[in-house]
Design a protein around this ligand. Structure first.
Ligand code: NAD
Length: 422
């Protein structure tokens, strides 16, 4: 249930494992497009895998949620759980789907919460289904840890599969489903499984905000955050992942999951102090790029800024909570003229970012620019021809919001370089 970044990858990969899968979504255009073999999102390798499994007859797409439930032994809920106005997870879509599942139950089934949901949602789904169906069924929590951009590999080779469950029958089914992966499986109760997901994402967000604060200190004392992170990351207790300083985290998960965990704690009577700091640091970090541009150029009024990268991270077209949205809006508010390019997120960006010039290449973006600003660390940006860029630009400033380049490299090419903590 739900053919988004998670549901579509989940369904496709389960069919690749040999299961018979029907992927359901409420959006007609999405299902029609999938039936024609057109994937509505950008995810490397997904197109080929969908084609292969659809052709083999193991993977199909449907608008008919009831029909899919009737035919299935296991029903995965993979709908969105966006942030609600008070910072909690909005469970509207989960409840809608649970109601529909309840209405169409025709025997024992395992209902699996794949969506990221607060502690207690397993019980909520159970109660919702029970309103419509008196027979036996189980509700399992099976949070997803895939990353957009490497989703298929992450699903097929997970660090762990977490199953929160209270029944022998459901455990047997979940073991059967995931057996072909040969992955480490953790079995626990539903509430602990629900919390594992939030705790993991909140910890990763904490690592990012922590290194961003270290970067800010580096800027003030003249240290190099890249080296500091390298030196920290080699400590096996710390590890190198998520120690890249930059203009803040975005995406469809970290911002909302940090808030939702703080809300869960608050509702339980606990003040989760660290998470408030993590969020505050991230909010400030998103303003860093504009502050650095102002430091370099003075007033931004009438200045042309070339922005490299719009997606919240490389290898995805996802713009949800991307720092680029906030940065570009702030630049426009200050009177700057913005040209931007992203290898895959341009179409998605056009729906939410207007009043800027979309460019085909880095060099189009550099044309006449007073400064270049890197907001997403796409591989394509690593190998740019600085000489060519310099000849096209009006100014000499590069603000590297993702520490993609080294100061030495950029300064040697004749630019003024502003990194994050470098
Ligand atoms: N995107 C990620 O990287 C990621 C990773 C791990 C976990 N998650 C979690 O997985 C969940 C889904 O995330 P996503 O990024 O795939 O969201 P998404 O917005 O891309 O997809 C959700 C899909 O559910 C569909 N939907 C909504 N209501 C429906 C209904 N009543 N019936 C059928 N379909 C319905 C929507 O049309 C949409 O296609 C969220 O809880 C998210 O936090 C996301």
């Amino acid at each position: 249930m739900g053919c988004g970044y998670v549901g579509l990858v989940l369904g496709t990969c389960l069919s690749e494992l040999g299961h018979e899968v029907v992927c359901v979504d409420a959006v007609k255009e999405k299902i029609e497009s999938l039936r024609r073999g057109v994937i509505p999102i950008y995810e490397p390798g997904l197109q080929e895998l969908v084609e292969k499994n659809a052709k083999a007859g193991r993977l199909s797409f449907s608008l008919d949620l009831g029909g899919a439930v009737e035919k299935s032994d296991v029903v995965f809920i993979a709908v969105g759980t966006p942030e609600s106005v008070d910072g909690d997870a909005d469970l509207r879509f989960v409840i809608q789907v649970a109601e529909e599942i309840g209405k169409n139950m025709n025997g024992y089934k395992v209902i699996v919460n794949k969506s990221t949901v607060p502690v207690g949602t397993g019980s909520l789904v159970r109660d919702t289904v029970t309103k419509f169906y008196a027979g036996e069924f189980d509700v399992v929590s099976n949070p997803e840890f895939l990353r957009e951009g490497s989703a298929i590999n992450d699903f097929m080779k997970p660090d762990r599969v977490v199953i929160g469950n209270g029944s022998v029958a459901a455990e047997k089914r979940m073991r059967e489903i995931y057996a072909p992966l040969g992955a480490k499986m953790i079995f626990t109760d539903v509430k602990s499984a629900e919390l594992i997901k939030y705790a993991s994402n909140a910890f990763l967000a904490t690592k990012i905000s922590f290194i961003n604060e270290i970067a800010n200190v580096c800027d003030l004392v003249g240290a190099d955050v890249k080296k500091v992170a390298e030196g920290m990351g080699l400590d096996a207790r710390i590890g190198p992942a998520f120690l890249n300083a930059g203009v803040g985290y975005g995406g469809s998960c970290f911002p909302k999951d940090v808030k939702a965990l703080a809300k869960t704690a608050e509702k339980a009577g606990y003040d989760f102090r660290i998470l408030k700091g993590v969020e505050e640091v991230n909010r400030l970090q998103k303003t860093l790029a504009v502050r650095k541009l102002e430091k370099a150029l003075g007033s931004l009024k009438g200045r042309r800024i070339g922005v490299l990268g719009l997606a919240f991270k490389p290898n995805t077209d996802d713009l949800r909570e991307a720092p680029s949205l906030e940065v570009i809006r702030a630049l426009k508010a200050k009177g700057a003229l913005v040209s931007a390019m992203d290898p895959v997120a341009e179409e998605a960006a056009k729906k939410v970012l207007t009043g800027i010039t979309y460019c085909e290449s880095v060099y189009d973006c550099a044309q006449g620019a007073d400064a270049l600003l890197v907001l997403t660390e796409w591989n394509e940006f690593k190998e740019i021809d600085f000489r060519k860029v310099k000849a096209l630009m009006n100014g000499r400033v590069i603000v590297d919001g993702r520490n993609l380049y080294s100061r030495k490299q950029v300064e040697a090419a004749g630019f003024e370089y502003y990194g994050v903590g470098q």
